[in-house]
Design a binder for this molecule. Structure first.
Ligand SMILES: [Zn+2]
Length: 106
């Protein structure tokens, strides 16, 4: 079996070094990857904004907080709001907010 055949190895699959996936599906408009997280470690603020519907959410972060955590917190808040639309008050969210930055929710 003298088949001469140059062994051509497929190029090694190089894992594309992507930046952390910081684009998430929007819980409001359900657009995939429309939400971008911006981590401002200097001010310890994580902000996520939907490029489609402009919904946004800001939370405090620390050195260990990842973009995904910011997103998860957002989802948490959305869930709470959905479960108890009349009971959610920002003052109840004592663990995230100590500055009153009162954006309108709607
Ligand atoms: Zn959206």
């Amino acid at each position: 079996m003298g088949r001469r055949r140059s062994k051509r190895k497929p190029p090694p699959k190089r894992k594309a070094i992507e930046p952390l996936d910081i684009q998430f599906t929007c819980p409001f408009c359900n657009s995939e990857k429309s939400c971008e997280v911006i981590m401002d470690h200097g001010r310890k603020i994580g902000q996520i904004t939907c490029n489609i519907c402009q919904e946004d959410f800001t939370t405090t972060i620390n050195a260990l907080t990842e973009a995904l955590d910011v997103y998860n917190e957002w989802i948490d808040e959305c869930d709470k709001a959905n479960e108890n639309p009349n009971q959610v008050e920002r003052s109840a969210l004592s663990r995230t907010r100590d500055e009153s930055d009162s954006d309108d929710d709607d």
